[in-house]
Design a protein around this ligand. Structure first.
Ligand code: CO
Length: 431
């Protein structure tokens, strides 16, 4: 048996972009016997059915139908995307004998960690194949770019606070003049002719492999822990769960880092379209769908900030999550996180049963903090929801750090959650 963190690091390294994260999630589901449904076809489902749907190749919803009519929806959502640099369609800039690639920011990353680091290129390309337009995944899987720093001798103030100009500072060095173009490398990797490449969604990603480290191997560092650690943990828990009387579903959404408002993001109709169609395919109607939502529960899983050892004053005075301290419940008075006293109690009880420690996070009262996909999903489908995450350092760096034990805590909590049959009545909630 491969160690859980090794499996997580392997999943992350095979998932340089949201497209790859969804492809690897789909493969794990297919290996476990889930059938893929197409949104463009009509669906027929039977009790006990297990299936998944992809939208845009970068978001995915997997579900398990109970043996009897579902009493509610049990959902978990995490995101497939991470902040990175997207290559421009015409990315090549040639000057002074160098070839550089011009990039655009995707999401709000820390820029500094991207410099002086070997980078590769991955994403999706659309090409013409036997008279049809076909999208294929691409991963060059070797360092082909690097964004070099300016020497300290030319910028003596570099250590006194540095600002980054996307246009001037972030183009990535690709080759010396006369070498193969990025399109030529892409075509070569796909085994097609360059003129067959019609268009592309390509991104830079760091080649630095993930690692488990520390005096007692207590830490894990890798690109994209936010949020592939939660995608992996929720997927594992979903696959290992026992039977529930609820319709259970795993949602992996793209575009969280840019506000979720794409056709496949948490702010789209994807979730409600799928849940409605599942209900209708089971012979249920709109009022059954609404009944299931009313008796529903969603776990929105996205990593949380651990107290920073060098900046302990940045954390709240009393809510101070640490790596390996267990699942973090995230609170925000302005409903940026969905947690309230009811959902916190439900999820804490589930964690207690799974012997998973719980910690709490809220922003320092004078800081705005971030947001996530839970509250955005709830504008489309109103159900009970909790925001959780695993404590991590350096969020939105291209090399993030978290606790090595926490991955297992999340798997255990999600396995317990997906095995429950949550029932809400006028008298109260039973788990
Ligand atoms: Co996130």
């Amino acid at each position: 048996m491969m160690d859980l963190n090794e499996e997580l690091l392997s999943f992350i390294s095979r998932s340089p972009t949201a497209f790859h994260a969804v492809e690897n999630t789909a493969r794990a589901l297919a290996d476990a016997g889930f059938a893929e449904l197409q949104e463009t076809e009509s669906w027929s489902l039977v009790p006990g059915a297990r299936a998944f749907v992809r939208r845009n190749g970068s978001s995915l919803i997997a579900f398990r139908v109970p043996q009897a009519a579902p009493i509610g929806f049990l959902l978990a959502a995490a995101h497939s995307d991470s902040p990175c640099f997207k290559l421009k369609e015409n990315a090549v800039i040639a000057s002074d004998g160098y070839v550089r690639l011009s990039v655009e920011k995707y999401g709000g990353m820390l820029c500094a960690p991207w410099l002086d680091r070997p980078l590769s290129i991955a994403g999706r390309v659309t090409l013409r194949e036997r008279g049809k337009l076909v999208s294929r995944l691409l991963d060059l899987r070797r360092p082909v770019a690097l964004i070099p720093n300016l020497a300290i001798h030319m910028d003596r103030s570099a250590n006194e606070g540095k600002s980054y100009d996307m246009r001037a500072d972030m183009p990535a060095l690709f080759s010396l003049a006369g070498a193969k173009s990025p399109d030529a490398l892409a075509a070569e990797a796909l085994g097609v002719k360059e003129e067959e490449l019609l268009s592309k969604d390509l991104f830079l990603y760091p080649c630095t492999p993930g690692t488990v480290w520390g005096a007692e191997n207590e830490f894990i560092s890798s690109p994209r822990l936010d949020d592939l650690q939660c995608v992996f943990g929720c997927l594992r828990g979903f696959l290992e769960a026992g039977d529930s009387a609820c319709l259970t579903a795993l949602c992996v959404f793209d575009n969280e880092e840019v506000g979720s408002s794409s056709k496949q993001g948490a702010d789209s109709s994807f979730l409600t379209d799928v849940l409605r169609r599942v209900c209708f395919a089971l012979g249920l109607d709109e009022s059954d769908y609404l009944r299931c939502a009313a008796n529903g529960f969603m776990v929105s899983a996205d990593n949380a900030h651990a107290v920073h050892p060098n900046h302990p004053d940045q954390a709240d005075r009393s809510e101070r999550p640490v790596p390996n301290g267990g699942v973090v419940l995230k609170y925000n008075a302005n409903a940026r996180y969905t947690t309230d006293s009811v959902s916190a109690a439900v999820f804490s009880e589930i964690c207690r049963a799974a012997e998973v420690p719980v910690q709490r996070y809220s922003n320092r009262a004078d800081k705005a903090g971030g947001s996530t996909l839970g509250n955005i999903s709830l504008t489309h489908l109103s159900l009970e929801s909790v925001d959780i995450g695993l404590a991590q350092l350096a969020m939105h760096s291209c090399y993030e750090t978290a606790g090595a034990k926490d991955t297992e805590y999340l798997v255990r909590a999600m396995r317990e959650f997906f095995s429950r049959s949550i029932r809400k009545t006028a008298e109260g909630i039973s788990l």
